[in-house]
Design a protein around this ligand. Structure first.
Ligand SMILES: *Cc1c(COP(=O)(O)O)cnc(C)c1O
Length: 473
């Protein structure tokens, strides 16, 4: 008999491993089907490893096939399989609105609202004032109108839905004029030309990639034109020889011809960013004041709230949107309404919004504060690694989420040098994806980089602990 056959014969049967201590006592804490699957997978992976060995490989003796060893592996796998797939992570990348990492972390007030609403009945569509059926939009509409100066508002599933629904309502079967410089793609799947086609509006491209003038829009108007669409090119920036038409100018030209102006702002903001030394970003209230008839934006980008898309604008247009049959398919759920109302309420007092909304805390974090936090983190890492490996370096953080692509927020990174430790940065980064909680970070050459801007202070201790464990220091 070959060594391989011998090894295969020595692999325990599923039943035998299931009754092994360390597996047996996972029940009844973990579902039986998960424990069974983990045991089967562990045995199968050993079987594959043995079968795949070449005869020249001399590692057959080295393979530990003891019941204890297999039980340990199967138990670890079962624990992993029984854990949540969706979980919180530590974002050490410094990218504030990271779409892959769930965009905006919610302010405490929104979390409290969710807690109250999620597990109990609530007045989602019941008017307590009138004692009869109400609308889920009533909880947020007045707030959005106050903050934006618009006559009416509706929240839907996300901003892609907002753009789609607005176009479908005002321009299905008609033409919408858009600048070639604004036919953008956001996040890989949202493309203005495609969304327009799906909404039933016909795209009429005007101008060139870098320059579009008012006359380009005007010359494109015919009896089938419904609107001018202005898209904020939120995730890229064009420099050099460029021209685009402002909302006010576009609105006045449109209104003279009985046309509408729809503006997709992408990342909606109510706060003047320049007050905080950040690059300017068009505010929702400016678009409304400048005459846009409908404005759409996301609630989970720079607004810092839950996933939702908001449409604000003229009352009769928003009413038409509300009664569009598609509005039902794109409606916001009660969790988003709860978190959105709580987040919007913070904006009634701008100082409070900036202090309590995590996205704004991070956007406005002062370099000297970040330096102090980086120093503290570096000291903690220096206590477990050789101190010479840990440095604090000046760098930049990014806003992310297709917002403020040019903004470079000065920050201080903690850099941990791995060379000579027998570890590769890629290997450590991979291991850090499986810690509890996982840590997502950047690397530069042989260094792990941690940006305190997006790390919550209460996560620092855990971060240091898991990094130490992964690097086995
Ligand atoms: C992000 C963005 C969208 C899509 O918004 P979602 O809320 O992700 O659906 C649409 N338009 C612009 C300009 C954006 O920046």
């Amino acid at each position: 008999m070959t060594e391989k056959q011998n090894l295969l014969r020595n692999l325990p049967a599923v039943d035998r491993l299931l009754h092994e201590e360390g597996i047996d006592n996972l029940l009844p804490r973990l579902p039986r089907r998960i424990v069974l699957e983990a045991v089967q997978e562990t045995i199968a992976s050993y079987r594959d490893a043995i079968t795949g060995m070449t005869d020249t490989e001399n590692n057959t003796e080295a393979m530990d096939l003891s019941l204890g060893k297999l039980a340990e592996e199967a138990a670890a796998l079962a624990e992993k399989m029984a854990g949540m797939n969706l979980k919180s992570v530590i974002n050490a990348t410094g990218i504030i609105i990271h779409t892959n990492l769930g965009r905006a972390p919610l302010p405490e007030a929104a979390v409290e609202a969710l807690n109250d609403i999620a597990s109990r009945y609530n007045n989602l569509e019941f008017s307590l004032d009138k004692g009869k059926r109400g609308s889920r939009q009533e909880h947020i509409e007045d707030l959005i109108c106050q903050l934006s100066g618009a006559e009416a508002a509706i929240a839907v599933n996300n901003n892609a839905a907002a753009v789609f629904l607005a176009l479908n309502t005002i321009a299905a079967g008609r033409e919408v004029v858009v600048s070639r410089g604004q036919l953008v793609e956001i996040g890989g799947s949202f493309r203005i030309p495609e969304i327009m086609a799906t909404s039933g509006a016909a795209l009429r491209e005007v101008g060139t990639t870098n320059k579009t003038y008012l006359r380009d829009y005007e010359e494109a108007v015919n009896e089938n034109t419904a609107a001018f669409l202005k898209v904020h090119t939120s995730n890229y920036h064009m420099v050099g020889f460029t021209a685009e038409v402002g909302t006010a100018e576009l609105a006045s030209a449109a209104h003279k011809r009985g046309l509408l102006v729809l503006e997709d702002l992408g990342s909606g903001v109510f706060i003047d960013l320049e007050k905080y030394n950040l690059p300017p970003e068009p505010r929702v209230q400016d678009s409304i004041a400048n005459g846009a008839d409908l404005v759409t934006f996301s609630a989970d980008k720079m607004l810092g709230g839950p996933q939702a898309g908001i449409i604000v604008g003229r009352k009769e247009l928003v009413s038409a949107i509300k009664t569009n049959q598609l509005a039902r398919t794109l409606r916001v759920d009660k969790f988003s309404v709860a978190a959105l109302e709580a987040t919007l309420r913070l904006y009634l007092d701008e100082d409070r919004a900036v202090k309590e909304i995590p996205v704004w805390q991070m956007l406005t974090a002062k370099p000297e504060t970040l330096k102090k936090r980086a120093d503290k983190l570096a000291e903690a890492l220096g206590n477990i690694f050789e101190p010479a490996r840990v440095k604090v370096v000046k760098s930049i953080s990014k806003v992310g989420g297709g917002a403020l692509p040019m903004a470079e927020l000065p920050t201080y990174l903690v850099s941990l040098e791995l060379s000579g430790m027998g570890l590769t940065p890629e290997g450590v980064v991979e291991k850090l994806r499986f810690t509890d909680p996982p840590v997502i970070l950047r690397i530069y050459r042989d260094n792990l980089l941690f940006d305190p801007r997006t790390i919550f202070e209460y996560q620092e201790e855990t971060l240091v602990k898991v990094v130490g464990e992964v690097c086995q220091v």
